[in-house]
Ligand binder design. Structure first.
Ligand code: C2E
Ligand code: CA
Ligand code: CA
Ligand code: CA
Length: 276
């Protein structure tokens, strides 16, 4: 036992060595948050651009610290990844999101796809396969209405390991989205190698399409290329009607952004489902 504890201690002290006091404080808060349920989920609408129908939601985590208030995911997800706390956090996200979907199904709401972010660390660790399998069994949800989002950067970090796991997930019937496309290396050859169903074009790609000719040209050809590889394409960060018109014209499949709706609580999202 002693040996075990000592090993643990070494592990943590090494981990913490390069951290500022501020970060160490945050890590402790994060541990506390997991034990005390300080997280909740928001849902952002995903729209079928051609029909304008609501087709699903991306699940986005929020953390409210009792004293510090809302802490944005960009501030704690990287810390959670570094310390391994991400395993517990994302396990909770996955379970809560699937239970929510189950609840909507029992209420006889229209079927919507639910899209869940998976961090790089988890996409290379085999545990996630059983976790998903157990949850599917528990909720009896159909796997094709569930989508996982992985970023390019995460996948590229350990291509062999993530390919293996992505293939298994895909074989279960779950859809896979390549998130934030355009922000990382964006090697086009990976688009056909990876077992993905959909590519999410980052907001950076979309931001200026209504004012920059070159940006419009790039997006037009990127969409074509993705679709020629038999993948669907989603444009992120749509804020303007002009952007919708352009993307529709280029035959972009799906859209997401403040124009259609910001991430909202499950209660508000239910109103959206019912009014659609
Ligand atoms: P992301 O996956 O790229 O999520 C989209 C982010 O863009 C969200 O920020 C969303 O609120 C924001 N967004 C959506 N539409 C618009 C728009 O029209 N304009 C602008 N300016 N922003 C828009 P959020 O919720 O702050 O999340 C930030 C990032 O945190 C996410 O980026 C994702 O990488 C990460 N994240 C959130 N939840 C989770 C999670 O459960 N697991 C993991 N691993 N990461 C998560
Ligand atoms: Ca995402
Ligand atoms: Ca994204
Ligand atoms: Ca992003």
């Amino acid at each position: 036992v002693k040996k075990h504890l000592k090993g643990n201690y070494c592990f943590y002290s090494l981990e913490l060595q390069n951290k500022s006091l501020e970060q160490i404080k945050m890590i402790n808060y994060l541990r506390h948050a997991i034990d005390h349920n300080e997280f909740y989920l928001l849902y952002q609408p995903i729209i079928d651009l051609q029909s304008s129908n609501l087709m699903g939601a991306e699940v986005l985590i929020r953390w409210v610290h009792p004293k510090l208030g809302v802490i944005p995911p960009m501030k704690f997800i990287p810390l959670a990844e570094e310390t391994g706390l991400i395993y517990d956090i994302e396990k909770w996200v996955l379970k809560t999101a699937l239970m929510q979907k189950k609840d909507w199904q029992e209420k006889k709401y229209p079927n919507l796809k639910i899209s869940i972010n998976i961090s790089g660390k988890r996409i290379t660790s085999a545990g996630i396969i059983n976790e998903i399998r157990d949850l599917l069994h528990e909720t009896r949800l159909k796997s094709d209405e569930i989508q996982l989002e992985v970023t390019e950067t995460a996948v590229m970090k350990d291509l062999d390991a993530s390919m293996k796991i992505l293939n298994e997930i895909k074989n279960m019937g779950i859809q896979i989205a390549l998130d934030d496309f355009g922000t990382g290396y964006s090697s086009l050859t990976y688009l056909k190698k990876l077992p993905i169903d959909i590519v999410k074009l980052d907001r950076e790609f979309i931001k200026n399409i209504s004012i920059e000719n070159n940006d419009r040209l790039i997006i037009e050809h990127i969409i074509k290329l993705i679709q020629e590889l038999n993948l669907k394409v989603l444009a992120e960060g749509i804020e303007l009607q002009e952007q919708v018109a352009i993307l529709k014209n280029y035959n972009c499949d799906y859209g997401q952004g403040y124009l259609f709706g910001k991430p909202v609580t499950k209660e508000e999202f239910e109103k959206l489902i019912l009014s659609n």
